[in-house]
Design a protein around this ligand. Sequence first.
Ligand SMILES: [Mn+2]
Length: 388
Amino acid sequence: MTDLSAVKAALKAQEIETPSWGYGNSGTRFKVFAQEGVPRDPFEKLEDAAQVHAATGVAPRVSLHIPWDTVDDYAALAAFAADRGLVLGAVNSNTFQDDDYRLGSVAHPDPKVRRKAVDHLLRCVDIMDATGSRDLKLWFADGTNYPGQDDISGRQDRLAEALDEVYARLGEDQRMVLEYKLFEPAFYTTDVPDWGTSYAHCLRLGPKAKVVVDTGHHAPGTNIEFIVAFLLREDKLGAFDFNSRFYADDDLMAGAADPFQLFRILHEVVRNGGFAPERGVAFMLDQCHNIEAKIPAVIRSVMNVQEATAKALLVDSAALAAAQQAGDVLGANAVLMDAYNTDVRPLLREVREEQGLNPDPVAGYAASGWQQRIVAERVGGAQAGWGA
Ligand SMILES: [Mn+2]
């Protein structure tokens, strides 16, 4: 039997980090659709993030993206966040939006471009010093489009050299988390295409380097929960970027496309102690809301992660271990499916009521009047979005 009070305590202690860019305008390479009331600057993004935290109680952390969230005074941004009950989370670097990066950034053949990219990453660590952020999130768009375009091993050498320099700059309590992605924007080779490549670089770098698992960055059919179990076992899982996908890097709401997969991933997190604060795993969303209302979409995503977490916490681990030990294939599978098939929404409503929250976060947000307020007040100026 599962201890319900322990499950509730774990759900109340959960922290899900939301991305600043999820509040701004976004789209596909075909069209960015503007929405009314969208933030014009990083401060307004934090105001929206505070609404998500107010509605859910588990989203106090916000990831930044540099240069999209560039401000004059990062300590002031952190203070602005703190005034709203928020904490600034991972600093996401961007070495993919300048013309200089046509052939890559840290793995570019030209040392001048590599210098520029590394300087940007070092600048991000300076920003972390000011914001108190722990993690520098690295995702490189680097790769090649055509066989023979560049030297695959040479690019790994350049990547390693850049990572070494940034790693050496990290403070005592800072980390770098290295994300991988199978393809896109490069279509032939990608310099960090999979968890193994990220893991190998992180292992070489040392304990302050960990792997980021972005759930949308794998080949179709990849067993992501195996990767999670393996990385946790090796103490190399630094963070999740949750989102969901039907085809490639769709960046849809976490848990929307395949809630069973999200449950299987979170089961491995629970099984391997990944929620313990000392494991240092960051649970972040990395997604864009192109056609749906942004704040409610972030709230829905947080709820989807909570629901999958609740189901994972409800797995009867003693019964599961006994069935596994006995070689009871069907019994073991049934234990897992019993948890997955549990309707945890009443439990989560109860948890929220105990936290003094509206048991229905979507309804709570709708009743707050925030959406009408930002549509009325955020008039004029340039809306935040990709590249802004
Ligand atoms: Mn990501």
